[in-house]
Design a protein around this ligand. Structure first.
Ligand code: UD1
Length: 418
């Protein structure tokens, strides 16, 4: 088992190059099934989750060639339509493969992704949408089988702007008959990236980035090359980690408009920002000021930044209120921060954080991807050494985490534990 070991107390200083977006890459890798041909993808983050997605594609019959951040997927020989249960359990987001497989092959079998450490995460909106598209769903001992003769595109109104359900509908409808209109669609930038990728392949999709998306079915899709957008959550993470340590940073290869709510809150916390076309420079104040945040679907404050902000605010001056409105159980990580001296009280969906300067290192264990990263930030500001266990959660989503933080002056290492 790997561990992260951090000697805290160093200010982060320097430049960091932000990787390609995990949440854009995953549905785009899944979408490579749709052309039954070749997809060349660039700026793909080399992280556990993308590796898992390749593994599933290979199980289905794809040929996947990867070199660092480039991957070539040949989906011309797909001959299986079932996502293996063990791989499905390992990565919840593999559910978006269902839309791509059924869209292309009119048949897909997968299992319930199961709960996870940030909530129950149902897939009812995905399944209801599939049924609207004329897909017949049968459930059998946790397995879900989907079948249809053709995908009948139609109007779908989502009860909640779910990112995954919006993507799954887009994937399933590209090669359908007629037009699908999604209302109350999710508006995240990753959905725009998926639209751009699919259109480059020959799909006819408009409206991504707004709450109405229209997909006009086409008969065939072609080979494609595509550059994945930068990871807005990774960008926000490095900015907050730097702010927490009182340092200065230039985050490169980002789209600043994607992180407007994050930048607004960092300014409110008294950070100085210089926002360029594709970079943001941040200079932290001597001490951060407490701020309040409420997570919301895009363009609101992202839930994936909630734990990162909580960690940062544990060392701010004053009391911050954080309200989590997207996932029902996203505060598990806070008990580990409390063991390090953070003063956090959870009341329902609200976290009350009383800033303190007394954070000290100890042995803790990651609970989920972003909660785990919050622990790394806490360790960076702590006195003395912190050892973090269960770091496979963190490595799911952060490329070269130890190298990037070391370059910024942190004392961090990955160690194989007993
Ligand atoms: C995606 C992101 C994740 C991010 C989340 C919200 C990926 C791979 N993951 O996850 O990092 O935190 O968006 O921005 O892109 N819901 C239902 N029924 C459904 C689907 C969702 O009730 O069928 C609920 C969820 O439980 C949750 C809320 O809707 O409370 C939002 O979920 P959703 O937007 O679907 O998140 P994901 O696509 O799973």
């Amino acid at each position: 088992m790997q561990k992260i070991i951090v000697e805290g107390g160093k200010k982060l200083e320097g430049d960091v190059h932000i990787s390609g977006s995990k949440n854009a890459a995953l549905p785009i890798i899944a979408a490579s099934i749709l052309n039954g041909g070749t997809s060349k993808l660039y700026n793909v983050p080399n992280i556990h989750d993308t590796q898992m997605m390749y593994k599933i594609l290979e199980e289905l019959g794809c040929i996947v060639k990867k070199t660092k951040n480039k991957v070539i997927i040949d989906s011309s020989k797909v001959n299986k339509y079932e996502i293996p249960e063990n791989l499905m359990r390992e990565m919840r987001s593999s559910v978006i493969l269902a839309g791509a497989i059924i869209g292309k092959h009119h048949e897909a079998v997968f299992s319930y992704p199961g709960g996870c450490d940030i909530g129950t995460r149902p897939i009812d909106l995905h399944l209801k949408s599939f049924e609207k598209l004329g897909i017949i769903i049968s459930k059998n001992y946790g397995n879900i089988s989907c079948k249809c003769d053709t995908i009948e595109n139609t109007k779908i109104d989502l009860d909640f702007p779910s990112v995954g359900a919006t993507e799954n509908i887009m994937l399933a409808s590209c090669l359908g008959i007629g037009t699908t209109t999604i209302t109350n669609a999710a508006r995240e930038p990753e959905i725009i990236d998926l639209q751009n990728f699919l259109n480059r392949m020959g799909a006819k999709i408009t409206g991504a980035g707004t709450n109405i998306i229209e997909i006009i079915g086409v008969k065939k899709l072609k080979d494609v090359s595509y550059n994945i957008m930068p990871d807005r959550i990774e960008a926000g993470t490095y900015l907050c980690a730097t702010a927490a340590t009182g340092g200065r940073i230039k985050a490169l290869n980002i789209v600043p408009e994607h992180i407007t709510p994050i930048l607004n809150k960092l300014e409110e916390a008294n950070c100085k920002l210089n926002i360029g076309k594709n970079f943001v420079e941040l200079v932290a104040p001597r001490r951060l000021k407490a701020v309040n945040i409420k997570t919301m679907p895009y363009p609101g404050f992202p839930t994936d930044m909630q734990s990162i902000f909580v960690a940062m605010l544990t060392v701010a001056k004053g009391t911050s209120l954080v309200e989590e409105n997207v996932f029902e159980n996203r505060y598990k990580f806070t008990s580990e921060l409390e063991r390090m001296g953070a003063k956090i009280t959870i009341s329902g969906r609200t976290a009350i954080i009383e800033g303190t300067r007394r954070i000290h290192g100890t042995n803790i264990a990651a609970t989920d991807l972003r909660g785990g990263m919050a622990m790394v930030i806490e360790a960076l500001v702590a006195k003395k050494k912190t050892e973090i266990d269960n770091i496979h959660y963190i490595l799911r989503g952060y490329e070269n985490l130890d190298k990037k933080l070391t370059n910024l002056g942190a004392k961090i290492s990955l160690k194989v534990g007993e």
